[in-house]
Design a protein around this ligand. Sequence first.
Ligand code: ATP
Ligand code: LTN
Length: 347
Amino acid sequence: MSGIAFKPTHDKIAVMADIPVVLSGIQPSGGLHLGNYLGALRPWVLGQEKYRNYFCIVDLHAITVYQDPKLLREQTRQLAALYIAAGLELKHSTIFVQSHVRAHVELSWMLTCITPMGWLGRMTQFKDKSGNTEAESVQTGLYIYPVLMAADILAYQADFVPVGEDQRQHLELTRDIATRFNRVYGETFKLPRPLIGHIGAGAKIMGLDDPTKKMSKSDTNPGHAIRLLDPPEQIKRKIMRAQTDSGSAVDVQNAGPGVTNLIEIYRAVTGATKETAWDSFNGITYGALKTKVADAVVASLEPLQNRYAELMMSPTELDALLKEGAGKASEVAEKTAALVRNRMGIG
Ligand code: ATP
Ligand code: LTN
């Protein structure tokens, strides 16, 4: 292993006040899928030069549902490698693990104290994840999860938060919490704005097995999601089995959710314009469409997969860069926590 991948260091990030700040995160709760890549990771990479970026691995969010401790540790490091393999560069982006920066938890508690329960009960992700579980036994962490997310964002006074469509409601809540804090304790937080569907993003990629449901990490059906580290043959097999509409050829005027999802995936991975992609597929068989989509997905993931394999050969260096990232992030988050303590009369 040459170590070349680690040459840039966080030190080179330009700390200039006039550059907008971006923060986002992904949970190390399982194998990342194409939706995570197209909705979040790739737009982060494509936009990174324009912003001062903080990208965290949100392990404290992951434990809102049970995670095997050993696996969680492994997945955390794997996600760091994926961030870099996808093209995040340490000269533009600070990469760190959420739990390494203690200020997130402290801020989260302080913000919990001004957040009404009614706001949290309305979150659709909470309703989906708590599902049919009796209120008596739903873990409280799942319920207050969005306040921790607000703390992640507000700790860095982020201007923008690039996420997939499913996170829009959490972003609105973050703005509500910040607004309430500012009103009660005086102007403290910037109001962050979501960046959804920007720079070639696929803001909502649907499941291959059921194109009416968003592609999701925690779905256990093997035909549901294209995982970023799936071998090419597996990706092809999954796409060839993807659910399409009735009929056998693409009719762009009447495309159903399955065909639409496949064409949108193609568009997102190739960067083709809407017109070009849709026009070029009109009238072709579903089999031919799937072959083209599968080839495009495999080609777009190949560099990431190669780089990931290389990075995972150097776990010590990965850990070192996460430590360095946490140091940089802490400097900023601690300042915000100190300001909030001061505003609230603590310490
Ligand atoms: P889980 O199923 O465990 O809730 P997830 O697949 O929703 O996981 P997250 O870690 O919650 O993944 O999300 C990471 C990022 O990926 C977020 O910005 C989220 O909006 C985005 N994302 C998740 N699923 C999709 C999707 N199907 N299409 C586009 N973006 C997505
Ligand atoms: N809630 C998000 C993950 C997340 C996040 C964040 C995203 C936690 N903290 C801060 C953006 C900014 C999710 O479930 N995808």
